[in-house]
Design a protein around this ligand. Structure first.
Ligand code: SF4
Length: 63
């Protein structure tokens, strides 16, 4: 699974980083960025949960 955050859509609520800090972090501009391009197997469910929790649909995943 690949992941990226659409910076134009993210509002910096922090939900994704709270759910999965292995993958998401809030940068100096207050927006979420993916720390990895390819998500490890163990983090897949957390990333799916983050996608479901994102209020703006900013997290894009690709199988
Ligand atoms: S949950 Fe969505 S809007 Fe909130 S910080 Fe993460 S990517 Fe941005």
């Amino acid at each position: 699974m690949k992941v990226k955050v659409n910076q134009d859509a993210c509002i910096g609520c922090g939900a994704c980083a709270a759910i999965c800090d292995n993958v998401f972090e809030i940068n100096d501009e207050g927006l979420s960025v993916a720390k990895v391009e390819v998500v490890e197997e163990k983090d897949h469910q957390d990333v799916v949960d983050a996608v479901d929790s994102c209020p703006t649909g900013a997290i894009e995943v690709e199988e």
